[in-house]
Ligand binder design. Structure first.
Ligand SMILES: Cc1cc2nc3c(=O)[nH]c(=O)nc-3n(C[C@H](O)[C@H](O)[C@H](O)COP(=O)(O)OP(=O)(O)OC[C@H]3O[C@@H](n4cnc5c(N)ncnc54)[C@H](O)[C@@H]3O)c2cc1C
Length: 482
């Protein structure tokens, strides 16, 4: 088929952050683009993820600050009891969602993207089946097709969701009520962020983690210092190494806790509500990937570093996948970066993604962030490539800005090669960690070394000096070595 005979140059299925970025970039680059969306424009991030959760964190963070009378007294400020209106906090999040969703939709329209409403699926190569909400089903064609269908909350077997007393983050972002006692199953970033919100707004939290330590996906040293404040310092009771094997919705909600090894029920809890934050599952089952011979991996679509879909170990022509549905670093900015890179490759510009330089952040108060390798992965790489691994720690306690804020609880851990000085990774807990990590992410993207980074001047007094101190300490070790 010649290019003119296709309905579009590119059809993107899914208008989340990944699909949005790809469609906009492709249209601005001169391609004829359609985007297919079955729910709200903007996907998880805008409607049920980053945007509403950060709005709730912003509001509840202010409540926490104003209610922290001992902290305020340190500045000589006497506070009175804080009052807040739950509904107005919820409205703030909802209004922000609507604004950002509207802006995003308008910017696609302005770029000339055709928005098609309905469920999309593949009908073989270069063909998309579109089932509109009125039941009409039609086939549209495109030279290239991109799958950006994202993910949904994963709910383990045995857990009954009613959306009111037992819910996932999809409902939690609406903040419809404030349970007196809520159990949060899962201590990943979503569980931690909601624990931050709920405790700031006066709820008691029980955190349930199946693995043997809380915050299992975070650096162990960062976990140690962060959990002292974020968990032990708050109204949170934590249970690690137990599985919420059965959750029955109702009033109260009943939870069976089973030992992870024996799977025997060891305890039961009765709480007002349960938030299930046990990870995300790809939205791929209705995509008819069989029609192009693609085998999924646990529901995720296999791709190469150009975002080409892989079938039988080989990249396919004209079929691309980006975002959560590919299972790589499931974050909004990863999805967007993948979308841009896929379009660059469609345009004939050979571009590869660099996952190592993509940062991740948890927006608790204070924040947690990381980029690059974990210490374990860095150790394995050091053994494999026979170099010495450097690890330095820089403490917020020694930072003037953090001390001025009376908020100096924090640590940055920097991983680097002692032979070349190349930065391999960083893990931060402390005030504005989510902003601080960007500097290290940029350094990793450029494969920079700590010796040259240590010569870069940082503004005084800023939190960025925590990073500067880490670079300087690391540079000493590299210099000593050479
Ligand atoms: C509570 C929460 C907080 C989060 N906070 C952050 C954060 O602070 N920072 C961050 O980077 N990430 C955050 N994330 C993760 C982020 O939201 C996701 O990584 C991101 O939304 C993935 O984008 P995506 O485009 O791959 O998929 P999605 O945003 O899930 O979009 C996929 C879209 O495809 C549509 N779709 C699916 N199947 C079809 C079909 N067959 N036909 C048509 N349309 C279809 C869906 O309706 C959806 O709109 C958060 C997630 C949650 C749940």
């Amino acid at each position: 088929m010649s290019l003119e005979n296709f309905d579009f140059d590119l059809i993107v299925i899914g208008a989340g952050y990944g699909g949005f970025d790809a469609a906009k970039h492709a249209a601005e680059s001169g391609l004829r683009v359609a985007i297919v969306e079955s729910r709200e424009m903007g996907g998880t991030c805008v409607n049920r993820g980053c945007v509403p959760s950060k709005a709730l964190l912003a509001a509840s963070g202010k409540v926490r600050d104003l209610a922290n009378s001992s902290h305020l007294l340190g500045f000589g400020i006497h506070s009175s009891p804080v009052r807040f209106e739950r509904q107005k906090i919820a409205d703030h999040a909802n209004n922000l969602v609507q604004t950002i969703r509207g802006n995003l939709t308008k910017s696609l329209e302005r770029a000339g993207v055709t928005i098609l409403r309905g469920m999309g699926r593949l009908e073989g190569f270069q063909k998309v089946g579109l089932r509109e909400s009125n039941g009409i089903d039609r086939i549209i064609t495109a030279k290239d097709v991109m799958l950006a269908t994202g993910s949904d909350p994963f709910v383990p077997p045995g857990i009954e969701i009613d959306g009111r007393t037992v819910f996932t983050s999809d409902a939690a972002v609406n903040l419809e009520w404030l349970p007196r006692w809520i159990a949060i199953i899962g201590s990943g970033y979503i569980g931690l962020e909601f624990a931050d919100i709920y405790t700031a707004l006066g709820c008691e939290v029980t955190m349930i983690e199946a693995l043997d330590r809380l915050m299992p996906t975070f650096d162990p040293d960062i976990t140690k210092i962060a959990s002292r404040n974020l968990i032990e310092g708050r109204d949170i009771d934590s249970r690690a190494g137990v599985l919420a094997s059965k959750v029955v919705a109702g009033c109260p909600v009943k939870i069976d806790l089973a030992d992870m090894n024996s799977r025997e029920v060891v305890d039961t809890l009765e709480v007002d509500a349960v938030l299930v934050a046990t990870g995300r599952t790809p939205c791929s089952s209705g995509l008819n990937l069989d029609s192009v011979g693609v085998k999924m991996m646990k529901g995720f679509i296999p791709i190469d570093d150009r975002m080409r879909v892989i079938s039988n170990g080989q990249p396919l022509q004209n079929l691309w996948a980006v975002g959560d549905v590919t299972g790589k670093l499931m974050l909004a900015h990863t999805a967007a970066a993948q979308g841009t890179i896929a379009v660059e490759n469609i345009l004939g510009n050979q571009k590869l993604i660099d996952y190592r330089s993509i940062p991740a952040a948890t927006f608790t108060h204070p924040e947690i962030s990381s980029v690059g390798l974990t210490e374990l992965d860095a150790k394995n790489l050091a053994t494999e490539e026979e170099f010495d691994l450097g690890v330095v720690r820089s403490y917020f306690k020694a930072n003037s800005k953090a001390l001025a804020e009376l908020n100096s609880d924090g640590l940055m851990k920097l991983l680097f090669r002692k032979d070349t000085g190349e930065v391999l990774g960083a893990h931060i807990y402390g005030l504005h960690a989510a902003d601080l990590i960007q500097e290290v992410a940029n350094a990793i993207a450029r494969r920079m070394n700590v010796v040259s980074l240590s010569c870069e001047v940082h503004t005084h007094p800023t939190l960025s000096e925590v990073v500067e101190v880490a670079y300087k300490q690391a540079a000493q070790q590299v210099k000593k070595k050479s």
